[in-house]
Design a protein around this ligand. Structure first.
Ligand SMILES: NC(=O)c1ccc[n+]([C@@H]2O[C@H](COP(=O)([O-])OP(=O)(O)OC[C@H]3O[C@@H](n4cnc5c(N)ncnc54)[C@H](O)[C@@H]3O)[C@@H](O)[C@H]2O)c1
Length: 250
């Protein structure tokens, strides 16, 4: 599937978790649309791979090795970004799935720290780096469809992703007068390396729950990002956009 044709020339974007999976496609789509992108990721291996895969865009790329769960790490990364920022995509996320009975305190802490506190840390560290001349500043937070309906075995993940939606609504109210819109995207089942590695039967069972009977592509999420962060979407604020082919209504 191709990318929506938006023009992001002269815009600078930060994508957390931008070195692989959905975040990598978000990065690539912004680059193809002309933006400068700063990839924030904690995986050396993923950062190296992204650097090599995106070599043709190297003059418009910046890389920061950062753990979004660590405030000092975020502050150092923010200080290294060479451009005033127009768009922040809070995408980095992890899972540590277990039923509530089996979930350890460490598994709870790890997911809350990355998937919820991480957004606080990153946004706090870059807030003053946003382009003060822009009245179209954007923050996009990646939540999940499970935040809207709960999911067996994901107490930590669902709590964090539901928290992301609450934080999005609050920032939408607080930041609007400073020229921001703040929105969330709630992806459904998206094809990534993780789903490729799953048994075909499990994938088929999951796909059967989707009204469209299929998984989404990483470009589906990237396209939603490009739209919500475009100047054309400047009256959309505090919204959570489900990109799930109708899974949430099923
Ligand atoms: N894949 C799906 O079907 C799906 C569905 C709903 C929501 N999501 C959400 O979309 C986002 C991306 O998911 P994905 O499937 O591409 O995951 P992924 O594991 O493929 O990629 C996540 C990226 O984030 C990075 N990362 C993780 N923790 C980090 C940290 N503490 N600091 C910095 N970087 C960190 C990883 O190194 C990796 O590059 C996540 O927030 C996830 O919860 C994914």
């Amino acid at each position: 599937m191709s990318n929506i044709k938006f023009d992001f020339q002269s815009k600078a974007v930060i994508v957390t978790g931008g070195a692989s999976g959905i975040g990598f496609q978000i990065t690539r789509s912004y680059l193809e649309a002309g933006a400068n992108v700063s990839i924030w990721d904690y995986s050396d291996k993923a950062l190296e791979q992204a650097k090599s895969d995106l070599a043709s865009f190297s003059s418009r790329l910046h890389f920061a090795k950062v753990d979004v769960g660590n405030r000092e790490s975020c502050a150092a990364a923010a200080a290294s970004v060479p451009w005033p920022v127009d768009i922040l995509v809070n995408n980095a996320g992890i899972t540590r799935d277990k039923s509530f009975a089996k979930m350890s305190g460490e598994e709870w802490d790890a997911v809350i720290n990355t998937n919820l506190t991480g957004l606080f840390n990153v946004t706090k560290s870059v807030f003053e780096k946003f382009n003060s001349n822009s009245s179209n500043k954007r923050i996009i937070n990646i939540s999940s469809v499970v935040a809207l309906y709960g999911n067996f075995g994901q107490t930590n993940y669902v709590a964090a992703k539901a928290g992301v939606i609450g934080m999005t609504k609050t920032w939408a109210k607080e930041f609007a007068r400073k020229g921001f819109t703040v929105n969330a995207i709630a992806p459904g089942f998206i094809k990534t390396a993780m789903t490729e590695a799953m048994p075909a039967e499990a994938v088929a069972q999951m796909a059967a729950r989707v009204p469209a009977q299929r998984f989404g592509e990483v470009t589906d999420i990237a396209n939603a990002c490009l739209f919500l962060s475009s100047d054309e979407a400047n009256y959309i604020n505090g919204h959570t956009l489900s990109v799930d082919a109708g899974l949430v209504v099923g």
